[in-house]
Unconditional design. Sequence first.
Length: 147
Amino acid sequence: MLTTKNPHFRETILHHLKRQEFMKHIHCTLTTIEIGYVVAEIELDTIHQQQIGLVHGGVTATIADVAAGFAGFTLVGPEEHTVTAEIKISYFAKGLGKKLKAIGRVVKPGNNLHFCEAEVFTIDENGKEKLIAKATTTMAVITPKGV
């Protein structure tokens, strides 16, 4: 059973997401925030494409990182943060669709490191989901000083 050190983790996460300009730029939103579990979504547009019209691998990696990172963030205290210490992503299929969705989960929490994962799906115009990538991450728990 996962537990949080911050009873206001949802509000804290939404506040931090508002401060991430890159997330605003790529139109990334969080649609579910639960203890150890976060869903991130992006309505796809041409800014998310690479040269042949597929979702850019960097966008796929970014949404996986956001979902996994904020899943880990749900467990930390009010003055703590998580930052990505390691990420590995495997791409299974080309990214084509109307929406990109990443489901992030904490696999193993720790005092200084949380081991997390994220599955990334495309969603087509009929609402059909297709798994296109999976990431495993290590999220470091930090307490920023003077940032």
